[in-house]
Design a protein around this ligand. Sequence first.
Ligand code: ADP
Ligand code: GLC
Length: 476
Amino acid sequence: MRILYATSEARPLIKTGGLADVSGALPVALRAIGLDCRLLLPGYPAVLAGVDAVKPVCTLNELPGGRVATLLEAAMPDNGVPLYILDAPELFQREGGPYQDVAGHDHPDNALRFAVFSKAAALLASSEFSKNAPLAWRPDILHCNDWQTGLAPAYLRLAGETTATVMTVHNLAYQGIFPPADLITVGLPPESFAVEGVEYYGNLSFLKAGLYYADRLTTVSPTYAEEIRQPALGMGMQGLLAARGDDLVGILNGIDSGEWNPSSDHHLPCKFSSRALIGKKHCKLKLQQDLNLEPSHDTPLFGIIARLAQQKGLDLILAVADGILHRGGQIALLGTGEKALEVAFRDLCAQHPGRVAAVIGYDEGLSHRIEAGSDLFLMPSRFEPCGLNQLYSLRYGTVPIVHATGGLQDTVEDGVTGFVFHEPTPHALWLAIERALHTYTDAKAWQRMMRAGMKRDFSWEKSAREYEALYQKLVG
Ligand code: ADP
Ligand code: GLC
């Protein structure tokens, strides 16, 4: 079975969040069970710089806005997964991130950029194209991810093509919403601008296009798949998602257990495992030194790694920070995002030297060292489609404290592998922290909990089998 996995980011080439972790690892797991899965990525500078032996395949010219692009063929570094790159320099080769400029503003032509990317994915999956194209490979399934690829199922269907499509929602909060005039920019027919189509409260929504036109919908945890059918977390799409109930499933993300393995992680000053935990103590001391925290074995160290966004419930952490410090704890945060949150954590750090560290920025190595060196991990997200950091925490013996939502609820077992609270309020978070601190004082009980988490299996194989079953149903 041939799968084209269209995504706007994939590690190690380009990453802003968990989507890149998933896109970097799931295709490897699918190939390991015998599926011919290939990636399609936009030709950002980091992508072109990160691959060797790039080969031009063909020119794509039926793209929105009269754009022309070159399809390149390469392979992912490290694992060799076949990679197609959409090279359109005027759209993708620019400074800043994949979606925003250096100042943090959305690129003004995002509608066109990701319409072109979606159309390229649709072309590669269409029978008409493969009849005439030099690319002999044609997928049985086009697997789209998030709003950036949401138009692809619409282009395919509206062209009368029947290639099966899957749309995965990694986060319903990002919907790719553009003014109605952009319907012309993206080259969709006027009749598609309807409730039964791409229209969303008077605007054009790329994500809705995917949710409406794709054959099957998935999201990244079973609980989130239920939550998004309800008004509270459905972000206005609950009606459509409830109506498509039978087509929507939640498949839990896995983790790249080679990349996130405390017994071989090259980012760590010292390795450890559930049988030999001593190395974790060294990781903690070294982390404290590196972040200018008072070095101490006994101090409970709380780690936080997150995009600083409303979703992640960081305001709840700010509300209980004094309590944590009062109880003798330390806090180590790594994150970047909303300015107000960056300032708030910087201030907290300035007020409590030696007790709070706030590193504002993006640092992959440090994210591994915080996972390894912390005792506890705070993840009070208001909603969380899956969440990966709680999984990394479990693997690294760092006990997670999480809000019972989405994938957090599906992966952390209260009182066994972590602490779960049910209301997204400072009070409920604080009660969970108190329970955790109480257990922390009992070294045996704490180690039992660390080990219970470290032994849980969150590798990709099981999820890859679930995707395979879904694909199989689609191609009959
Ligand atoms: P989301 O995709 O909503 O941001 P996830 O928990 O699924 O949340 O994934 C976040 C990923 O991004 C993890 O791999 C995490 O380690 C990483 N990450 C987030 N912020 C940073 C940062 N400032 N520096 C390094 N890695 C980060
Ligand atoms: C999104 C979600 C996160 C999920 C990730 C990968 O960014 O916010 O919960 O883990 O996608 O699926």
